[in-house]
Design a protein around this ligand. Structure first.
Ligand code: PMP
Length: 375
């Protein structure tokens, strides 16, 4: 709030679980090189911008009407994309879409979590999983992760068996650490989650297009309580669009419709997403470029003697910054050189999003200077 503000959040009769909490708040700073929110650095190509304009113009003529509540054309196009790239056939009935995968996750928690229920994830992971849990009255449980940020299958399944959560989150590739979870571990966690209750398992694959490995989509076969969550914010370079989606058993798609707001996906959003999907091949070429830049960043940071977590995503976690005032002081020094990276609160580590080759060079130069300064 502003300095002259007299009434504070905690003066309001807010729900108990929101007292003393902070909102999601990655800094949106105006600096030359912004590598802090895992966005795609490439603006959409001109031909796609044209196509969006055309599709949105068409949609604008009908804005007096509510949009297609079931987003049938869009979900069909998303199903085709998943079928083509995911090594598993997916149809309209398996797919649901919402305003960003954050909204998908919120709808899942409204459906399968809620007061008296629990959700479990393995931290450090995507900070919105616990935040959306809290927002939906779902109690959050932090599961174990090894010191190298991988999941120990035995420890992880034991946590599920012990806590019997209603929803299990597996972020793969994981944010902010970058590493993917092997399919065998996901299988084991799913089994543990079914023995325990049964409960829903949500695989958050926001970054899967950047992975060296495959999507978990084939695991949907015979697993009606598994949900794979995806987004157009990263690989499709469309964070501003706000389009997330899921693939699951048709019953899950039916169930989330009990909580979705009617007409939640605007006609403009649906038109824009459809245009972007028409340009999938072009957009995926940028993904290839980003993957090789990601691998270059890993190599160069290791050459600078940093500890770098294996990355299957469009970002890289590096450290360690245990002295020198910790990661936040180093974050500030890098920022002083015009490069914004992310301090996710992981002890001794920072995270950098893969940018264009020029941005990555600027980042590496800044890191080299800071390293020299501190040595
Ligand atoms: N899941 C993960 C793991 C993420 O990192 C993000 C974005 N930072 C999201 C979901 C949400 O993305 P969006 O709402 O833009 O689809």
């Amino acid at each position: 709030g502003s300095p002259e503000q007299v009434t504070r959040i905690d003066d309001l009769p807010v729900r108990d679980e929101l007292r003393g909490r902070s909102p999601y708040g990655a800094p949106q700073l105006d600096v030359p090189v912004r590598l802090n929110t895992n966005e795609n650095p490439y603006p959409l190509p001109d031909a796609l911008v044209e196509r969006i304009t055309e599709r949105v113009r068409e949609a604008a003529r009908q804005l007096n009407r509510y949009p297609d509540r079931d987003a049938v054309e869009l979900r069909t196009a998303l199903a085709a994309y998943l079928t083509r790239t995911g090594k598993h056939p997916v149809t309209l009935a398996n797919v649901w879409a919402a305003n960003g995968s954050n909204e998908v996750i919120q709808q899942l928690l409204q459906t399968f979590g809620g007061p008296g229920r629990t959700a479990l994830g393995f931290e450090p992971s995507y900070s919105m999983h616990p935040l959306i849990s809290r927002g939906t009255g779902t109690r959050w449980i932090d599961g174990p992760r090894r010191d190298d940020f991988t999941l120990d299958e035995a420890d992880a399944t034991r946590a599920v068996t012990e806590h019997r959560p209603d929803v299990v989150f597996i972020t793969t590739p994981n944010n902010p650490t970058g590493n993917a979870v092997p399919a065998d571990t996901v299988r084991a966690l799913y089994e543990a989650a079914q023995d325990a209750k049964p409960s829903m398992v949500v695989a958050d694959e926001a970054y899967v297009e950047f992975s060296h490995g495959d999507s978990l989509l084939p695991l949907l076969e015979g697993r009606p309580h598994l949900v794979v969550s995806r987004t157009m914010s990263k690989a499709f370079g469309a964070a501003g669009l706000r389009l997330g989606y899921l693939a699951a058993d048709p019953a899950v798609v039916d169930a989330v419709q009990l909580v979705r707001l009617p007409y939640h996906l605007s006609a403009v959003t649906q038109a824009t997403a459809l245009a972007a999907l028409e340009h999938t091949d072009t957009l995926l070429k940028y993904v290839d470029q980003l993957k090789s830049e990601r691998d270059r960043l890993v190599t160069e940071l290791r050459a600078l003697d940093y500890e770098v977590t294996v990355s299957d995503a469009n970002f890289v976690q590096f450290g360690r910054f245990d002295g020198d005032g910790g990661p936040h002081a180093v974050w500030q020094r890098i920022l002083d050189r015009g490069v914004l990276v992310r301090d996710n609160g992981v002890p001794g580590r920072l995270r950098v999003t893969v940018g264009t080759p020029e941005e990555n060079d600027a980042f590496l130069d800044a890191v080299r200077e800071v390293k020299k300064e501190l040595s």
